[in-house]
Design a protein around this ligand. Structure first.
Ligand SMILES: *Cc1c(COP(=O)(O)O)cnc(C)c1O
Length: 402
C-alpha cells in the first residue's frame, strides 16, 4: 500500500465521537492503583500514561501515523528535527563509536557531528556519499552508524539507499536516513533504512509555524528511546508538546496533495531555468547526476520534490536576485522549506555556513548558489514569467530580442 493511503486509512476519534482525537492537555496522569504506577515505571503496563515527557496520547497518535507513513513498526516524535537526530545518534552510539556520513548533510547535523559529538568520544568521518567505495573505505571496526540524507541539503545529491543498505548490512551497521526532503516520494525504510528521521518542521507540517521532528524505526528501537532509565528521548527531554502534535497531525493529512503540487511546480521551474541556460540542479531533470537513481527508488506519483537550486555565479548576484524576487512577492528570502510560499536562501552564507569555506568549495557549494523551496503557486507559469523578468533586470539571463 502507498504511504499516503496508510495515513488515509487511520481512524482516530475524540472521546465524544469527535472526528479529530481529543488533545491531551496534561503533563501527568493519575493511576487507580499504586501497583499500576510501579508497573508503568518498569515499562510493564501497556496503555498507561505516566508523565508527558515519556509519552502522551496525542504524541502516540502522531507516532502511529508517521510510522504508518514510513512503513516502520513504531516512531518517536520530537520537539525539533535536531531533537530527533541528536537523541537518535546518542541512543545508538557510545564513547569510542564511529559514524560515517555524507559531507553534504544539513548544517546543524554537520555541526553536531563535527563539534559536539566528539565531546562524548563519538567520532565521524565525512565522505562523498555518492561514492560507495569511499563509504566502504571509511568504515572501521568502531563504526556503528551509516548516516545520510536521501536528498542532501543543499546540493540535492541522491543517496543510493539499496546499496548503502548492502554496505551497512555486511558490516552490521545501522543505516539511519534523514528523509526530510523527500517524504512520501521515497519510502526509505522499504529501501533499507533501519531508522528514518524527518524534520517535521519542513514538508510534513508544511505551514512554517513550528519546529518538530520524528525518528521512525523498530518497536525495539523506539522502546529503547523512551526507556525511563536509559532512553535518550526520555532523558534528554526533546519532547513534543501535545497541542503541537495535534496540529501537526491535521497538516499531515494533506501532505500527499501538497507534495504533488510542490513537485509539479519545482519540475516546471527547473525546466524553465535550465532552458534559460542557468545552471540548475533538480533531481527531476535528466541532467541531474542522481536522476535515474531517484527514479529507481521513488513512488512516482509524488514527484521529485520541491527543492531545487540555481547557480547565479556570485553571492552579490544571488543576493540581488533574492531581494528582487521578494520585492515582487514571488517568495520570501528565508531559510527552511515546505511552505506554501516559495522560500529562497543562499546556503553558502546561511544554512551551510557552519561548513568551513574550503570544504564548501571542495564539495561544489558555490557562493552564488540559491536554494529554492518551491511553493504551492496555483499558476506557476505566471510565477516563472515574473522570475524571468527579475533575471533579465539583473542581466542574469538575456532579455528576449523580439
Ligand atoms: C531542517 C532540517 C533539519 C533540522 O530540523 P529542525 O526541525 O530545524 O530541528 C534536519 N535535517 C534536514 C535535512 C533539515 O532540512
Amino acid at each position: 500500500m502507498k504511504p499516503a493511503d496508510k495515513i488515509q486509512d487511520l481512524q482516530y476519534f475524540g472521546e465524544f465521537g469527535g472526528v479529530n482525537p481529543s488533545i491531551s492537555d496534561s503533563s501527568t496522569y493519575t493511576f487507580l492503583s499504586a501497583k499500576t504506577m510501579f508497573d508503568t515505571f518498569e515499562g510493564n503496563a501497556d496503555g498507561c500514561y505516566l508523565y508527558s515527557r515519556h509519552s502522551s496520547p496525542s504524541n502516540l497518535y502522531l507516532d502511529k501515523a508517521l510510522a504508518a507513513m514510513e512503513g516502520t513498526e513504531a516512531a518517536c516524535v520530537a520537539a525539533s528535527g535536531m531533537g530527533a537526530i541528536t537523541s537518535t545518534l546518542l541512543q545508538l552510539c557510545k564513547s569510542g563509536d564511529h559514524i560515517v556520513t555524507s559531507r553534504t548533510i544539513y548544517g546543524g547535523t554537520y555541526a553536531f557531528l563535527k563539534n559536539f559529538a566528539p565531546k562524548f568520544g563519538i567520532k565521524t568521518t565525512f565522505v562523498d556519499i555518492t561514492n560507495l567505495e569511499a563509504v566502504s573505505e571509511a568504515i572501521t571496526n568502531e563504526t556503528k552508524v551509516l548516516y545520510c540524507e536521501t536528498v542532501s541539503n543543499p546540493l540535492l545529491e541522491i543517496a543510493d539507499l539499496p546499496n548503502l543498505k548492502k554496505i551497512s548490512k555486511a558490516k552490521s551497521l545501522l543505516l539511519v536516513v534523514d528523509n526530510t526532503f523527500s517524504p512520501l516520494s521515497i519510502s526509505a525504510a522499504e529501501l533499507g533504512a533501519d531508522i528514518v528521521i524527518h524534520s517535521i518542521t519542513k514538508y510534513i507540517n508544511g505551514s512554517s509555524d513550528t519546529v518538530a521532528g520524528v525518528s521512525c524505526g523498530s518497536r525495539e528501537f523506539v522502546n529503547a528511546m523512551k526507556d525511563v532509565n536509559s532512553g535518550a528521548a526520555m532523558l534528554l527531554g526533546p519532547t513534543m508538546d501535545s497541542l503541537r502534535s495535534a496540529s501537526v497531525m491535521k497538516n499531515l493529512r494533506t501532505l500527499h496533495i501538497r507534495m504533488k503540487q510542490h513537485s509539479a511546480n519545482a519540475m516546471y521551474l527547473a525546466q524553465q531555468f535550465e532552458a534559460e541556460g542557468i545552471r540548475t540542479v533538480y533531481p527531476g531533470l535528466k541532467s541531474h547526476k542522481g536522476h535515474e537513481l531517484f527514479k529507481s527508488m521513488m513512488n512516482p506519483e509524488y514527484g521529485f520534490g520541491g527543492m531545487m537550486t540555481i547557480d547565479v555565479e556570485s553571492p552579490e548576484k544571488a543576493n540581488e536576485l533574492m531581494e528582487l524576487m521578494q520585492q515582487k512577492n514571488l517568495g520570501y528570502l528565508a531559510v527552511s522549506l515546505g511552505f506554501y510560499k516559495t522560500l529562497f536562501s543562499a546556503p553558502g552564507s546561511s544554512t551551510s555556513s557552519e561548513i568551513p569555506e574550503e570544504e564548501r568549495v571542495e564539495m561544489g557549494l558555490s557562493d552564488g548558489l540559491i536554494r529554492f523551496s518551491v511553493g504551492l503557486d496555483n499558476d506557476i507559469e505566471r510565477t516563472f514569467q515574473n522570475m524571468k523578468e527579475c533575471l533579465q533586470e539583473l542581466q542574469i539571463c538575456e532579455a528576449a530580442t523580439s
